[in-house]
Design a protein around this ligand. Structure first.
Ligand SMILES: *Cc1c(COP(=O)(O)O)cnc(C)c1O
Length: 410
């Protein structure tokens, strides 16, 4: 991209856009009708709307809901959670069919997955996670520990990196029931060694539950190959499914006929319309469901996953890496002299889809960047996350944002 100490120029960035095989996808998002916006660099928190989602929603509301009415449940709505789960599994999770289902929020899915995993390891008394895991994950772990009288073993993770296999090896043992970690750190974007950690967890006789919120849609995830037991993640970040769109839940096939989740509901029952006196779970992944599937949100998931399928997850990862590398290079050249530090990994292989820079005045600077049209987010205590969505973000867009940001920070 750049030779030696040369700074990347706007012309370089424009050339990268011309050579980008995914450039055409940028026009498939609804335009940002705000001339003040220089760049949207927060797709890792909320992806932008694909234009197709609006068309599909209109069709769903008028035809399927408005005209098909309740008959539409039998014309495909009821199968959506499994059908889209299979698509996610094939397109970006490395999961064979029948192991992924779309439901609830990530928080609720994580609660269900952890309870299911703990129940598969009776007699074991410890849950393992890390101090810098995403708040909802830490809260759910602590709540389950209180509820079931378990102990939480906290790994002290480095906020500029994440949990390593070495750290994990020190805390897992015969008392460990379940280990739960984020695959990509929401703070630093560090990618944890999923397969290596799973191996340690299994050697101790425990189970692994992964949160994929910051990896899904930005990089290939290989759940089956890595030996993951359970995983959850959201669809409204790099998958562009829309605010509050439902999450997904992965359960490895070998656990299917033995796992229970704690929110037994009629939609997860073996025969929904038998109205049976007692709950009997459906076979397979469908037992994860509790209540009525959120059809409007599922439409957003469908558009997001199909657009990703067209782009190809390998190409998405390649562009993601190029964008984050450019963000790091420009941060070092332009922001470091202004007191910023890059707090994401330099090595491509362990860096996910965003770049965090820290600064003692990050909170007020983040506000100033946003006021100047550079939409990023602030993460306490001192981080600004620059999120790069490969399908909707361009190289020149990023360049202009970094240029504006340094002007505001100076
Ligand atoms: C965004 C995110 C969540 C969000 O959970 P919700 O239930 O959708 O609010 C959970 N975990 C991680 C790691 C996240 O990045």
């Amino acid at each position: 991209m750049t030779a030696g100490t040369e700074t990347i120029t706007l012309a370089d960035a424009e050339r990268l856009d011309r050579e980008d095989p995914l450039a055409g996808f940028r026009d498939r998002f609804l335009p940002i009708e705000d001339p003040g916006v220089v760049a949207y660099l927060d797709g890792n928190s909320l992806g932008r709307p694909p234009a197709a989602t609006l068309d599909r929603l209109r069709e769903l509301v008028t035809r399927e809901w408005g005209t098909g009415m309740i008959r539409s449940w039998d014309r495909g709505w009821l199968e959506l959670p499994e059908r889209l789960g299979d698509r996610l599994g094939a397109v970006c999770l490395g999961a064979g069919p029948g192991q992924v289902i779309v439901a609830d929020s990530t928080t609720v899915c994580l609660y269900k997955a952890l309870r299911a995993a703990v129940a598969l390891r009776p007699g074991r008394t410890e849950l393992v996670t890390d101090t810098d895991n995403f708040p909802t994950d830490r809260y759910v772990v602590a709540a389950i520990a209180r509820e079931l009288g378990l102990t939480v073993r906290w790994i002290e993770s480095d906020p500029r990196a994440g949990v390593t296999a070495e750290q994990l090896a020190e805390v897992v043992g015969e008392d460990t029931a379940v280990v739960t970690l984020s695959h990509v750190s929401y703070r630093s974007a560090y990618i944890a060694d999923m397969a290596g950690i799973n191996e340690l967890v299994h050697a101790a006789g425990a189970l692994a539950v992964w949160d994929l919120c910051h990896s899904v849609g930005a990089m290939p995830v290989l759940l089956d190959a890595a030996g993951t037991d359970f995983a959850v993640g959201c669809t409204y970040k790099f998958l562009n499914a829309g605010p509050g769109a439902p999450a997904f839940f992965y359960a490895r096939a070998e656990h299917h006929d033995r796992f229970d989740q704690p929110i037994a509901g009629w939609i997860g029952a073996r025969d929904i319309f038998a109205m049976a006196p007692r709950f009997e779970p459906a076979d397979g992944i469908r037992r994860v469901l509790s209540g009525t599937p959120p059809v409007l949100g599922l439409v957003g998931v469908e558009q997001g996953v199909e657009m990703l399928a067209e782009a190809g997850i390998e190409r998405v990862r390649a562009k993601s890496t190029a964008l984050t590398r450019m963000a790091i290079e420009l941060s070092e050249r332009w922001l470091a002299p202004l007191g910023f530090t890059v707090a994401s990994p330099r090595a491509d292989e362990v860096r996910g889809g965003h770049v965090t820079v820290t600064h003692p005045k990050a909170e007020s600077l983040a506000r100033a960047w946003i006021d100047n049209g550079v939409i990023i987010d602030f993460r306490t205590p001192d981080g600004i996350r620059i999120g790069l969505s490969p399908l909707s973000t361009g190289f020149a867009e990023l360049w202009r944002a970094m240029d504006r940001a340094r002007g505001v920070a100076a």
